[in-house]
Design a protein around this ligand. Structure first.
Ligand SMILES: NC(=O)c1ccc[n+]([C@@H]2O[C@H](COP(=O)([O-])OP(=O)(O)OC[C@H]3O[C@@H](n4cnc5c(N)ncnc54)[C@H](O)[C@@H]3O)[C@@H](O)[C@H]2O)c1
Length: 256
């Protein structure tokens, strides 16, 4: 029996990648661009977003860079409306923006404000992005939202209380949203990577990296290409029968 061949992204597909200026988001933008997707690269650093968009267009793809903070609903709405204007529609939003929050301290030493700031950047945008994108997706009867969560949200890394809590929150958020829109052609999923080699990782204290590596049965970090491929798949029409789910990318650390 032969498997029918299909294009991962039909011609005219448009996606928005938030936090696309660096690391995982950047790698995902480059992959989507190479696969013919019109990519709107969004980052709080407009310079980083523009540089990634330029790299995509230089390689023959279609991209546009925009500065916006993922916590700013009005700015995200303007970016979304701009993408619809340029491309006719938006099919997928991938959210890779995230911060580490307070590190290396136990909970009793963490200020409430720094905890809340971590939730504001890593968790609340799950609601903001839904408010911005879902009305458009409902009109079209199609849409994909993918959030980059973390293994820390599944297992809870010590001394990363804001980060672990915010990512656990995202995992719960997609479970809820996935069910809400399950009959509307819209999927909402997350991805929970263990350690991926990026600038984000390079800024972590060595003991945190060692702690995370020691828990990965494959004994290595994940590659940017591996995570970009999985995000592209979840954001594609091919991933049509999975919603409210958190995909694993952990080298065997999480088998649930
Ligand atoms: N690298 C890893 O090992 C790893 C593991 C698990 C989860 N993650 C998650 O993956 C995501 C991406 O991580 P990365 O390693 O690529 O990080 P990174 O720091 O390399 O890239 C993150 C990007 O998000 C942008 N950003 C940060 N805050 C923003 C905001 N408020 N508004 C808009 N843009 C903002 C940054 O400017 C940056 O370009 C994060 O959510 C992180 O928690 C990373």
């Amino acid at each position: 029996m032969s498997t029918p061949a299909y294009e991962q992204f039909p011609a005219g597909t448009a996606a928005i990648v938030i936090g696309g200026g660096n690391g995982i988001g950047e790698a995902t933008c480059l992959l989507l661009g190479a696969r013919g997707v019109a990519v709107t690269v969004v980052d709080r650093s407009g310079e980083a977003a523009d540089a990634v968009a330029e790299a995509i267009t230089a390689a023959g793809g279609s991209a546009y860079g925009a500065a916006a903070d993922v916590t700013d609903e009005a700015a995200l709405r303007a970016v979304f409306d701009g993408a619809v204007e340029r491309n006719g529609t938006v099919h997928a939003v991938i959210n890779s923006a995230g911060i580490q929050g307070p590190l290396g301290r136990r909970s009793h030493e963490v200020e409430v404000e720094e905890f809340e700031r971590t939730l504001a950047v890593n968790l609340t945008p799950g609601l903001i992005i839904a408010r911005v994108a879902i009305p458009h997706f409902l009109e079209r009867g199609y849409g994909r939202i993918v959030h980059v969560a973390s293994i820390a949200g599944k297992e809870g890394n010590p001394n990363m209380i804001g980060y672990s809590s915010s990512k656990a929150g995202l995992i719960g958020l997609v479970k809820s949203q996935g069910k809400e829109y399950a009959q509307d052609g819209i999927t909402v999923n997350a991805l929970a990577p263990a350690v991926i080699r990026t600038p984000f990782l390079d800024s972590q204290p060595q003991e945190v990296v060692d702690y995370m590596l020691a828990k990965i049965p494959m004994g290595r970090t994940g590659e940017l290409t591996e995570i970009a491929e999985m995000l592209a798949f979840i954001a594609s029409p091919a991933a049509g029968f999975t919603t409210g789910f958190t995909f694993d990318l952990s080298g065997g650390r999480a088998t649930y």
